[in-house]
Design a protein around this ligand. Structure first.
Ligand code: NI
Length: 163
């Protein structure tokens, strides 16, 4: 368990495809989840994906305690999501000024589908399936993009500095 260094925009590992997890409930996976949790908490993130700490596995974490980075959003249950799949449930999209721990000090206006169903597994191999909208849907889509080598900066024309 450790707080890990978060790779920043420009690092080649952030642009690669992550591999599915094939074995659940292992010490290795438990350690990865603990590292993601510790690092997300230390950086006050809304979520974190394994490639952001240099591990090209399809594992993301999000939710838990409210983050000061996004003070006005709803609570999201702390979730470990492995080998995720996302189905878009409506044509409706929403714009939001999104941030990323790999792009410090910046926000970008990103349009995303507002209603999704996501599914996958937790670290014990138990199935997860949820229909969500709003910030919850946004965070899941943002984190899952990381698993496909996509940063929000590739999906926006409008980026601003927070300073
Ligand atoms: Ni991010």
């Amino acid at each position: 368990m450790a707080v890990c260094e978060i790779l920043k925009i420009g690092d080649e590992k952030l642009y690669q495809q992550s591999q599915p997890v094939v074995e659940f409930n292992t010490l290795e996976l438990e350690q990865l989840v603990a590292d993601l949790y510790d690092t997300m908490l230390a950086e006050d993130g809304a979520g974190l994906a394994a490639p952001q700490i240099g591990i090209l596995k399809q594992v993301v974490i999000f939710g838990g305690k409210k983050t000061l980075r996004y003070p006005d959003v709803e609570d999201i249950p702390l979730t470990i999501l492995i080998n995720p799949k996302i189905d878009i449930l409506s044509e409706q999209t929403e714009d939001y000024w999104e941030g990323c721990l790999s792009i410090p000090g910046m926000r970008g206006l990103v349009s995303r589908p507002s209603d999704i169903c996501y599914s996958g597994y937790n670290q014990f191999g138990e199935a997860i399936k949820r229909k969500v909208n709003g910030f919850h849907a946004r965070v899941v889509q943002h984190e899952c993009d990381h698993l496909n080598g996509i940063l929000y900066s590739m999906k926006t024309q409008q980026i601003k500095s927070l300073e």
